[in-house]
Design a protein around this ligand. Structure first.
Ligand SMILES: *Cc1c(COP(=O)(O)O)cnc(C)c1O
Length: 369
């Protein structure tokens, strides 16, 4: 039914499976055959309660969440979590440890400073965040350790962190559900939905219940994780449609074989594109090869004057969303779960053909001299 023919490499909101878009469209017209739209039913109806339950169960199953954790659905995006987590867990007399590994880490640090001290354990700012710092220590008395697992703008991804007894809090906005993680390593995981989980409007929080007992400050209800847990994320009106579409997307992921299956596919997609970036003499990758992201591939052209020409060349073949973030420039191709490998092949062919055309032009020019 859906006839989307573009290859969508957008960084977020991002591509969703065609099947999910079809089912979401059906539910907008008539939800589960009840004669009402998903957009006009109460969040207190049994129909929606079952959506909440299924979404929560799918998160638990796909991420293999151990007992003792709560699944929360919030609003305000991952950016609201930057201040909310500090408001809940960073107290005046304590410091929190932060790894400064990109644009979004910096934003998280800025918000945390409103509530207490921040100890930046390491930073990759010196090289424009093109790598993930290694070999740092996390102070044992820190309130928590915060990092960003995938740096959406710079195109780096972190696969390990030093052992610590401090609670680990992670912004997984742009790589959640893309690879296996051991949830037990974390006390709080948060992610804006629009990078890999669903449409914008919903933020997922997976939090260890024991962490919630450490909240000391008086926190406004809408910023208090305990309120969401105690009310099953229904303290006020939740983002009904965003949760519903996330549920459809997680069902799709489960049918596909879950996170380990998609991880295999995501690795294959990333290898294909990085291989072409490294092979093709016109392009070069921005991230340190040891820390390359599988989700957001950043690269440039050796001759920046050709970048617009390449964007137009690719656009003519249906490739969209590959323009780099404004502060980074060049290109960024996001390879989120729903992007098929066939789209990556189209992009790689574009790069290949652009190189060939370029050679022909050069040859013609040298012959005419
Ligand atoms: C996109 C993004 C954010 C910001 O998300 P919003 O939902 O727009 O607030 C934060 N962190 C990471 C890693 C992101 O990719």
């Amino acid at each position: 039914m859906t006839t989307i023919i573009k290859h969508n490499f957008g960084a977020g909101p991002c591509i969703l499976p065609a099947k999910v878009l079809d089912e979401a469209a059906d539910a907008v017209r008539n939800f589960n055959g009840i004669g009402l739209s998903i957009l006009e039913i109460s969040h207190r109806t049994p129909e929606f309660e079952s959506v909440m339950k299924e979404t929560e169960d799918l998160v638990k199953e796909l991420l293999e969440v151990p007992d003792g954790y709560s699944i929360l659905f919030l609003q305000g995006g991952a950016s609201t979590q930057f201040s909310m987590l500090a408001m809940n867990f960073l107290h005046q007399d304590k410091k929190a440890a932060y790894l400064d590994c990109g644009y979004f880490s910096q934003k998280a640090i800025k918000e945390a400073l409103l509530f207490g001290g921040v100890d930046i354990v390491a930073s990759s700012k010196d090289k424009g965040y093109n790598y993930i710092p290694l070999g740092y220590e996390i102070p044992e008395d820190a309130a928590y350790f915060h990092y960003t697992s995938n740096n959406t703008i710079e195109g780096t991804e972190m696969f390990s962190f030093p052992p610590t007894t401090v609670p680990v809090i992670c912004d997984m906005s742009s790589d959640i559900f893309s690879r296996r993680v051991n949830v037990a390593d974390f006390e709080l995981i948060y992610a804006g939905a629009q990078k890999n989980m669903g449409p914008a409007g919903m933020t997922l929080v997976v939090v260890k219940d024991s962490l919630l007992e450490k909240i000391q400050r008086q926190v406004p209800s809408m910023s208090d994780y305990r309120i969401y847990r105690d009310n099953g994320s229904l303290f006020n009106t939740p983002p009904v449609f965003s949760i519903y579409v996330a549920m459809l997307n997680l069902r799709w992921l489960k049918e596909k074989g879950g996170v380990s299956q998609i991880e295999t596919e995501n690795i294959a997609k990333a290898i294909l594109l990085y291989h072409e970036i490294d092979r093709n003499p016109l392009f070069y990758g921005l991230a340190d090869p040891d820390h390359r992201s599988r989700m957001n591939v950043t690269f440039k052209m050796k001759n920046p004057a050709q970048e617009q020409e390449f964007l137009d060349f690719a656009a003519a073949r249906g490739v969209v969303g590959v323009k780099g973030y404004r502060s980074v420039g060049g290109f960024r191709a996001s390879l989120y779960n729903a992007l098929p490998i066939s789209s990556v092949e189209v992009l790689v062919n574009c790069m290949n053909d652009f190189e060939k055309e370029n050679k022909e032009i050069e040859l013609a020019q040298s012959e005419s001299v």
